[in-house]
Write a new protein. Structure first.
Ligand code: FPP
Length: 258
């Protein structure tokens, strides 16, 4: 008989942290990726290097979501207000995005990730719009995770665009005023088809939602970490998920019997 191998107490096998995380997972995680500029400053680098380093954090977060089995991830990558940043920074971000769209397509397909974009896409350079269309089309059948990038995105403009679409339907007679409900709004948002986010993570310690998913975040649990986005790694994501799992979600109700 083979003697059992004694447990190595000095070097215990590290348990896969994902093992304990399989219950009560958020279905949809949204992230405000903040702190790239401060990270670059702390490293005595130009601001743009913070954005470049932030791409690796996106990859790590996607891996974490895929391993945990979280089916929806939405990342705030470029707000409508970000167009007002210095011209050089905007050009760099567009170049980085363009490279990212090329580099990631293979990885998205390899990992069964569907890609989509929300925001005023028509504001983006034509070359980027084409690459977005290509990536959306070529990942449409992927089932494990939906990655949504918010680009040229503003929560208020999303509502403006929804109101315009609804008003047009009233005008052309395909919708009646009395039939407008919450579902009507939802069906006319950029996020149609996505569940509302269960969990919002914001990096770099800022306590704001910055015009992100204003309608959709009515009951989203919010988590703020001081970690700057370029330092954000899988373990930080897991820490956040563990904090989510301790939350009691009441959606405006109490937990007392009626
Ligand atoms: C906020 O940090 C971050 C952004 C405005 C851009 C986010 C972009 C990335 C994470 C990388 C590029 C993304 C893709 C998809 C290629 P900040 O610049 O406001 O930081 P600060 O508040 O410290 O100045």
């Amino acid at each position: 008989m083979i003697a059992p191998i004694p447990a190595d107490t000095k070097h215990p096998v590290k348990k896969n942290p994902a093992e304990n995380l399989s219950t009560n997972l958020p279905q949809h995680v949204a992230i405000i990726m903040d702190g790239n500029g401060r990270w670059a400053k702390s490293q005595h680098l130009p601001r743009i290097e913070g954005h470049r380093a932030g791409v690796e954090s996106i990859r790590d977060t996607l891996r974490a979501c895929n391993e945990l089995g979280i089916p929806y991830l939405t990342l705030y990558a470029f707000s409508n207000e970000n167009w007002q940043r210095p011209k050089d920074e905007v050009s760099f971000l567009m170049r980085l995005l363009s490279e990212y769209l090329d580099q990631e397509l293979k990885e998205l397909n390899k990992n069964n990730i569907r890609f989509q974009v929300i925001g005023r896409k028509d504001m983006l350079p034509a070359e980027i719009q084409k690459k977005i269309e290509r990536n959306v089309k070529e990942t449409v059948g992927n089932k494990k995770l939906v990655l949504t990038l918010a680009l040229s995105y503003s929560g208020r403009l999303e509502l403006v665009d929804a109101v315009r679409k609804i008003a047009q339907k009233i005008k052309d007679g395909s919708l009646e005023l009395k039939d407008i409900t919450e579902s009507t709004i939802e069906e006319n948002l950029y996020t149609v088809g996505l569940p509302d986010p269960d969990f919002l993570i914001r990096t770099s310690g800022e306590m704001r939602i910055s015009n992100f998913l204003l309608w959709q975040m009515s009951y989203t649990e919010i988590y703020v970490t001081d970690v700057l986005w370029p330092d954000f790694r899988k373990q930080h994501f897991i820490d956040a998920i563990e904090a989510y799992q301790k939350r009691e979600r009441r959606f405006g109700r109490t937990n007392l019997p009626q």
